[in-house]
Design a protein around this ligand. Sequence first.
Ligand code: NDP
Length: 247
Amino acid sequence: MLCPSTASDSKVVLITGASSGIGEAAARLLAADGHHVVLGARRTEQLAALAESIEAGAGSALPHLLDVTDPASVQSFVEAAHDRYGRVDVLVNNAGVMPLSRLDALRIDEWNRMIDVNLRGVLHGIAAVLPIMRAQRGGHIVNIASVSGLRVDPTAAVYSATKHAVRALSEGLRQESRELRVTVISPGLTRSELTGSIGDSAVREAVEGQMGIAIPAAAIAEAIRYAIDQPAEVDVNELVVRPTAQG
Ligand code: NDP
């Protein structure tokens, strides 16, 4: 069923990792702006509750199971949005994990999970929307990287590598695509569930000790909204948003 936009500036916005943190905050903010948000993550109960809360406020939300590590799951997420609304205007590649540890701890499964979610997941998203956006002759891909995509710190070698890679592939996509907008948003310390993915307890305690200065997820949602709200000919390429108190 096609559901036309209710307003001329109302967009169909797909958000990966919408079940908590930055993705959830972006979904709430963009839905309040009148966009149709399509919510993807593995925890479908959280997605359903979020969609219900958005629709109770007269917003439009479509929850859908999504595992970004599985190309077929990403394809089905994007197809569900396209079938429902007839277009895909924005993909926010936000899903991510951050199981930090020193390399010599050899937590190889966690390295691979970061590569699978943070890097392959973004590529799967791009692959699923590109044909649609090309056919539409327009669209916007917003990739959530990190300040770890701009610097490297101990325990963050693999996480930083994935986020550097996201910045690199975003720049390549931008150069190849004169009809698409490509934005990289690099958050600093932000309140969310992200530290819960750190399996090394000593590292997790150390990182959680730094979270006192973290900014709310809504601050990153505002940056996503800013990029989306620009006129079609204006592509905000990169935004870095970190706490004032972060070094
Ligand atoms: P959260 O842990 O709160 O959110 C992460 C989201 O990713 C969840 O919704 C989770 O949903 C989803 N996710 C994880 N694995 C998968 C998967 N395989 N398939 C689909 N969704 C998945 O953390 P944040 O909101 O902080 O993280 C959002 C992004 O922001 C990440 O890319 C992170 O790297 C980045 N970032 C965060 C910073 C911070 O300080 N918080 C700083 C810099 C960058 P579910 O588990 O339900 O699948």
